[in-house]
Design a protein around this ligand. Sequence first.
Ligand code: RP5
Length: 165
Amino acid sequence: MPADSESPLVGVIMGSQSDWETMRRAVEALEELGVPCEHRVVSAHRTPELMVEYAKEAEGRGLEVIVAGAGGAAHLPGMVASMTVLPVLGVPVQSKALSGIDSLLSIAQMPGGVPVGTLAIGAAGAKNAGLLAARILAASRPELRKKLHAFQQAQTDKVLAQKLT
Ligand code: RP5
C-alpha cells in the first residue's frame, strides 16, 4: 500500500482525551509527511475490550505501525504489543503526580518477548513517535524516504539560518 493511500497505515491511540494535547504532535508529524493515519482514544483501563479488539484487528485492517500514548499507570502500549506483531511505539504522557516518570517506567520496563519502542516523555516523544513510524514505513517506500530527507534538510537549514541578536 503506497504511503499516499487513504487507508491509515499508522494508528495513533491514547488512553484518554486528556492525552490529545500531547499525542496530536504524532499525528501532526505524520500528516506533514503525508502518511495516512487514524487517531482515537483507547483506554487499557476504561475500555479494555475495545483495546483488545483494536490490537487484534490492527494488522488485518492494514495498519503497519501503532503509536500508543498513555500516562500514569501506562499499560496501553504494552498490552497492545502483547496482542499484535506490528511495531508499537509507546509515548509516556506527562502525568500530574510524577511528571511522567511513572508513565516512562510503565512503558519502558517490558518483559523480554513483548517489545515496545519507548520514546521521551511528552510532546517531543509524541513528535518523534510520528517521525519514527514514518521511518519504519519508509524502509519499503522510496517516496516517503525522500520526504524524510527533505524534512531533515529543512530542519537543518532552519537552524543554520537562525541569527542570535
Ligand atoms: C491514563 O490516565 C491516560 O493515558 C491519561 O494520561 C491518564 C489520566 O487520564 P484522565 O483521568 O485525564 O482521563 O489512562
